[in-house]
Ligand binder design. Sequence first.
Ligand SMILES: N[C@@H](CCC(=O)N[C@@H](CS)C(=O)NCC(=O)O)C(=O)O
Length: 221
Amino acid sequence: MSKIVLYGVDMSPPVRACMLTLKELQLPYEYVEMDWFKGDHRNPEFLRKSPQGTVPLLEDNGVVIYDSHAICSYLVDKYSKSDDLYPRDLEKRSIVNQRMFFDASIIFMSLRNVSAAFFRKGIAVVPKEKTDNIREALALTETFLGTEPYIAGAALTIADFCCAATISSIPAVLNIDPEKYPRVMAWLARLHQLPYFEELNDVGANKYIAMMRNRLTDIQV
Ligand SMILES: N[C@@H](CCC(=O)N[C@@H](CS)C(=O)NCC(=O)O)C(=O)O
């Protein structure tokens, strides 16, 4: 089998989504932890591979992929014996895709708009407009879960890894109110029953939460 290399930062939700997928698929890989603060993701060699300068980035025998959603779906399509995590059935796959695009465009962006403002411009105040966006992402996640155990229905898929890695990082800005979002909380608890979830997700998520909470000075709710 070819050698898989994942470049990342464990605080990053999209990186954690890839680690969860690799683990569930039991794929061996080399992990290269980037040094964010030294600007590893901005060095010319990395930018040649990923012009966006973002992690995660996956290399697989000369194939270079960035964006966690593209990486997770590639890994299942290429390496999994079953399609459970990313169904080939078009209707089922469209739901998984929708949830992943929802993560990329709504949940993750609501959080990134806070952290990028801080890291790029030193803005430590979070205006209500931005916390409203995070609450909207939570409310939609609550709606999508409905009465199903997982984010795309009855079975665990890569959309769970992508959405949960981001949602579990939201306490960096806002605590998740269990009374308002009971299905979100029950879903996160269900994912914590996976034997690797806490180690691969929570360690990095907690670092990110602590880092942001120490730096944000005024969170307007
Ligand atoms: N949609 C992308 C988002 C990747 C992303 O924005 N990663 C952040 C870390 S969480 C990053 O590398 N930021 C560095 C930067 O924007 O300079 C994905 O899912 O991989």
